[in-house]
Design a binder for this molecule. Structure first.
Ligand SMILES: Nc1nc2c(ncn2[C@@H]2O[C@H](COP(=O)(O)OP(=O)(O)OP(=O)(O)O)[C@@H](O)[C@H]2O)c(=O)[nH]1
Ligand SMILES: [Mg+2]
Length: 195
């Protein structure tokens, strides 16, 4: 898929303010700092369209990016990350309300892309999210991020470990790096298959 143009459509702090659009959407979901905004930028080949953060967990809004492609227009959705330390129960509940509210009610959502750092194991956060999505019949894709951080042999081992941690869940996995750009055409192809 060729990206012709991309720009911010809107940023939403509340489920009640989601944009009333009907373009197909793909949402980036994952732990804070896993590389959601970076992957989104890399996919549309724009350096800092989605803001990457040196202060994890600052993103408390859902950002919608319009993307013109050679196939059809679509939206890429940058969701706030979870799992950073020292958040109150109230903040956790706010995250849950916003993200789950979006995912549950969004008819045009074609797939949720769950990101996972190649150097870390899946935690309950990720497996519970995958099961939550599956129960709601929301298609999920796993994008393993930051592949450039490991040498080929180590990476192979880590990807195999992550595959086995999926415990038979039938979710496609792509190995990516926003830095080296590897895996991005493969991820685009997978997304296109969900259009
Ligand atoms: N080496 C390398 N670093 C990456 C890659 N992707 C992201 N990073 C770095 O990881 C950090 C976090 O990236 P973000 O894209 O801001 O992560 P995020 O998931 O959007 O974080 P939140 O918005 O806080 O939830 C930044 O310092 C990025 O430069 C990658 O593929 N390779
Ligand atoms: Mg981000």
């Amino acid at each position: 898929m060729k990206v012709k143009n991309a720009g911010l459509l809107t940023s939403c702090p509340k489920v009640s303010q989601l944009p009333d659009t009907d373009w197909p959407e793909f949402a980036f979901l994952g732990r804070s700092n896993v590389g959601k905004s970076s992957l989104l930028n890399a996919l549309v080949r724009r350096k800092n369209l989605a803001h990457t953060s040196s202060t994890p967990g600052k993103t408390r809004m859902i950002h919608f990016f319009e993307v013109a492609t050679d196939v059809e227009p679509l939206l890429l959705v940058d969701l706030p990350g979870y799992g950073f330390a020292r958040v109150s129960r109230q903040e956790r509940n706010a995250w849950r309300g916003l993200v789950e509210g979006y995912l549950e009610g969004r008819k045009q959502l074609r797939a949720a892309i769950l990101l996972q750092d190649v150097r870390r194991d899946f935690s309950d956060d990720e497996t519970l999210l995958l099961d939550w999505l599956s129960q709601r019949k929301i298609s999920a894709v796993v994008a393993i991020t930051k592949a450039d951080k490991l040498k080929p042999m180590q990476r192979k081992k880590r990807v195999a470990a992550l595959r086995s941690q999926m415990e038979g869940r039938e979710v496609p996995i792509r190995v990516t790096s926003s830095q080296s750009k590897e895996g991005l055409p493969e991820l685009w192809r997978l997304l296109r298959d969900h259009l």
